[in-house]
Design a protein around this ligand. Structure first.
Ligand code: FMN
Ligand code: SF4
Length: 454
């Protein structure tokens, strides 16, 4: 197993040498222009093929509406020139929030989301001209076993997991979300989608990744006597029904999903795991993408892993958060896994562009790998998460200079994830220091008082 190493590539040759040493299939090309070409999603022109992935800032107002830092974040992303801005996980019900400062859409605060959308579009126009209209998609979520609506863990679980229940201290008789409760939750998604239309979003994502409720349902092999558990048809029912219901009710809205193609949890507790080896088995992910396409999704965002169990799968890093282990895997192996999984799925599922994930660790080399992935037809768009926190104007810079500035990229230090875990407002502590370094320090101070490692 290749050992973990920090990013240490002086130039392209060093990166390619390491790729070869690790026997990885990671494409690279000098010409990045394909990333900057316009594309079309559901008949709408998208200025380029770069996406800002959804990333929670944990900075909502008390009523769940966007706060000052939320507005600042999206204005920076929009001014930065990415073609698609995928707004962060936004709860469809207050009890489904991952933390008390997670965005939560409701009839009472929809006006503030409308203002957020207006100001986001205005920032794109001010920076790049009236004709530059990024696609704005809102991620709708219920945090499932990771709900902390009032700061305390209040899990809503779809099945018992011999892996995750003990980690969370859940007893074996902890009640499961009933089918009736899930039926009602479908209505909450529908209502939130209607509010997203009112706010002016182009699309909504029925979030089905990273172990949150809909993602956990996909893996509910052991949920018995339930229309939402057991067979693939039952496990995918919630997601597919919600997608179909929203598409029928709001035909003008793009309806999409972000899925974890592989949870990284052993069978039968994870989605996409081979029953014997527990390595990725993409059979069901492929079937799911086919059904999402048939239900009218014009694109899907592909991720993997569970940030609470296997963070290195979904976001390869240099340094883990405090008290977490450094994985026994080179981060480049993690990047290549994400690229490989998305590529395999894209090769099977034609006519449904997939948004690729996991590029931030590559720093200023990410456009060169992303462009080669697009060129090979192994994704439809390329997204970055942390790199956009650090360098929100990366797309504009790429268009202007044909390359990124190594001094502005994300260094995968996990500082933003740490703030989130410590209960603060998340952002980049390295490149956006004046705004987020106090937030980081204060969170660490609070956590260490409670006994965490500094
Ligand atoms: C602070 C933070 C918040 C995140 N919030 C979300 C979220 O709301 N929804 C989601 O699907 N992924 C979320 N992610 C995951 C990112 O979207 C992305 O998949 C991940 O960081 C890997 O991409 P990257 O290597 O480009 O950062 C979050 C990641 C971080 C670091
Ligand atoms: S704090 Fe900044 S540099 Fe560190 S991982 Fe987050 S975005 Fe990257």
């Amino acid at each position: 197993m290749p050992q973990h190493e920090r990013f240490n590539f002086a130039d392209k040759a060093a990166l390619l040498q390491k790729t070869e040493e690790l026997h990885l299939d990671l494409p690279f090309q000098d010409d990045v222009s394909i990333l900057l070409q316009p594309t079309e999603i559901a008949g709408r022109k998208v200025p380029n093929r770069l996406t800002v992935h959804p990333m929670e800032g944990c900075d909502a107002e008390d009523d769940g509406g966007p706060g000052k830092l939320t507005v600042r974040r999206y204005r920076r992303f929009a001014a930065g020139g990415s073609g698609l801005i995928w707004f962060e996980a936004t709860a469809v019900a207050p009890e489904g929030r991952s933390n008390p400062r997670q965005l939560c859409l409701s009839p009472r605060n929809v006006a503030s989301f409308k203002e957020l959308v207006r100001r986001t579009r205005a920032a794109a126009h001010e920076s790049l001209g009236e004709e530059n209209d990024p696609l704005l998609v809102l991620q709708l979520t219920h945090s499932g076993r990771y709900c902390h609506p009032d700061g305390t863990l209040r899990p809503v679980i779809a099945h018992h997991s011999q892996v995750l229940d003990p980690m969370q201290g859940l007893p074996i008789d902890y009640p499961l979300a009933t089918d009736e409760a899930l039926d009602q939750l479908q209505d909450a998604y529908l209502e939130a989608a209607g509010l997203a239309v009112e706010a002016g979003y182009d699309g909504v994502d029925v979030k089905a990744c990273h172990g949150y409720l809909v993602s956990e349902l996909l893996a509910s092999h052991t949920r018995s006597n339930s229309k939402y558990g057991g067979s693939f048809e039952n496990r995918s029912r919630f997601l597919l029904e919600v997608v179909s219901r929203i598409s029928e009710r709001f035909p003008e809205l793009i309806v999409t999903s972000r899925i974890s193609a592989y949870d990284g949890l052993p069978y039968p507790y994870g989605f996409g795991a081979d029953k014997v080896t527990n390595e990725e088995d993409l059979t069901e992910a492929e079937a799911l993408l086919g059904r999402l396409r048939d239900s009218g999704c014009p694109l899907v965002n592909v991720s993997i892993g569970n940030p609470y169990f296997s963070p290195h799968l979904g976001r390869p890093f240099n340094t883990p958060i405090a008290d977490a282990e450094t994985p026994d895997e080179h981060p480049l192996v993690g990047v290549a896994r994400l690229v490989r999984i998305t590529g395999r799925l894209q090769q099977k599922i034609r006519g449904l562009p997939l948004v690729g994930t996991g590029y931030s660790w590559l720093r200023h080399f990410f456009p060169h790998v992303g462009a080669a992935v697009l060129e090979a037809g192994n994704a439809g768009m390329i997204g970055v998460g942390r790199l956009a926190f650090a360098y929100p104007h990366f797309a504009k810079d790429l268009a202007k200079r044909g390359r990124l500035d190594p001094e502005q990229v994300c260094i995968a230090c996990s500082g933003c994830s740490q703030i989130m875990r410590d209960g603060g407002c998340a952002g980049c502590i390295v490149r956006d220091q004046p705004v987020y370094s106090d937030e980081y320090r204060e969170g660490r101070r609070r956590a260490t008082l409670k006994g965490a490692s500094p």
